[in-house]
Design a protein around this ligand. Structure first.
Ligand SMILES: NC(=O)c1ccc[n+]([C@@H]2O[C@H](COP(=O)([O-])OP(=O)(O)OC[C@H]3O[C@@H](n4cnc5c(N)ncnc54)[C@H](OP(=O)(O)O)[C@@H]3O)[C@@H](O)[C@H]2O)c1
Length: 268
């Protein structure tokens, strides 16, 4: 780990699969960590589990779905550890199913957690980064933020928007000293994926990563202040193909879409 990471890092969704692996990698001497998630007991277990390392950590229990939470989280993290140097917008929820089967509240929850929370949290921390001429916003997206998949209309569109937000913000902050990094993992073995999503991934032969491997790649992207990283060689090609020839990808996904349809709505 290089010296750029010896600072105050705020990680949302720190108790999850990828967030937990990130927290373990970043728990080093001189690193001040602020962890955010809803479940206070799980947050405290994470802090306790990492207590053997010479670093300081704060657990902030908050619901990112609440638009007022961003300012409160930023204020609490700042109070405990000083200005935030790196914000990792990692928390997200899934929302697998056909659009007509998703309740309006569920759709709202997906956009509030996966898109609005990163935007509002960034807004809460970026002024002091600009003033200090240093900092980094790290948005954890998804391969589904570049390729729209059947069964993931809410999740995919939220991640597309998060990627657009990252690109626009990167250009807006150019020359300010504040970097913006967007990382798109592919399928990763975590609790984000329901049994139905696991079935879909297995049935369609998706590559599956361990959270620790994904976290290592995120850390490398942060250290190099990389603008964008899509995890997986085949996925990088697929993303480019989809941008250039979406109709080709439509055809390539016909079998996958059929399989997803069967998993979402098994024949009666
Ligand atoms: N797993 C994959 O296959 C995969 C693939 C591509 C991209 N990603 C992306 O990677 C990131 C991490 O995903 P993961 O797989 O590690 O997810 P995960 O294991 O399900 O963890 C999600 C984390 O977010 C927190 N969280 C969820 N809703 C929240 C809310 N309203 N307020 C505060 N915290 C909330 C959860 O804690 P609480 O429940 O306690 O709040 C948990 O710490 C996400 O952005 C995801 O979209 C994952």
């Amino acid at each position: 780990m290089n010296d750029t990471l010896r600072c105050h890092i705020l990680i949302t969704g720190a108790t999850g699969g990828i967030g937990g692996a990130l927290a373990r990698l970043l728990a080093r001497p001189d690193t001040r960590l602020s962890f955010v998630a809803r479940d206070a007991a799980r947050l405290q277990r994470l802090v306790d589990a990492l207590a053997g390392f010479a670093y300081s950590a704060t657990a902030i229990s908050a619901d990112l779905g609440d638009p007022d939470s961003a300012a409160l989280i930023a204020a609490e993290a700042r109070r405990r550890h000083g200005p935030i140097d790196i914000l990792v917008n990692n928390a997200a929820v899934n929302g697998f199913g056909h659009l007509e089967d998703l309740a309006p509240r569920e759709i709202q929850r997906v956009f509030a957690t996966n898109l609005m929370a990163p935007v509002l949290l960034t807004r809460a921390v970026v002024p002091e980064m600009i003033a200090r001429k240093r900092g980094q916003i790290v948005n954890i997206g998804s391969i589904f933020g570049s390729i729209g998949f059947a069964g993931f209309s809410a999740y995919s569109s939220g991640k597309f928007a998060l990627r657009g937000f990252s690109e626009a913000l990167r250009r807006e902050l150019d020359g300010s000293g504040v970097a913006v990094t967007y990382v798109a993992p592919r399928y990763t073995k975590t609790a984000l994926n329901s049994p139905a999503v696991n079935d879909m991934a297995l049935a369609t032969g998706m590559a599956m990563d361990e959270p620790a491997d994904v976290a290592r790649q995120i850390v490398a992207a942060i250290e190099s202040r990389r603008a964008e990283l899509v995890i997986g060689r085949a996925e990088r090609v697929f993303v480019r193909l989809n941008a250039l020839w979406p109709k080709l990808v439509d055809r390539g996904l016909v079998r996958t879409t059929r399989r997803i349809r069967e998993i979402v709505k098994p024949a009666a």
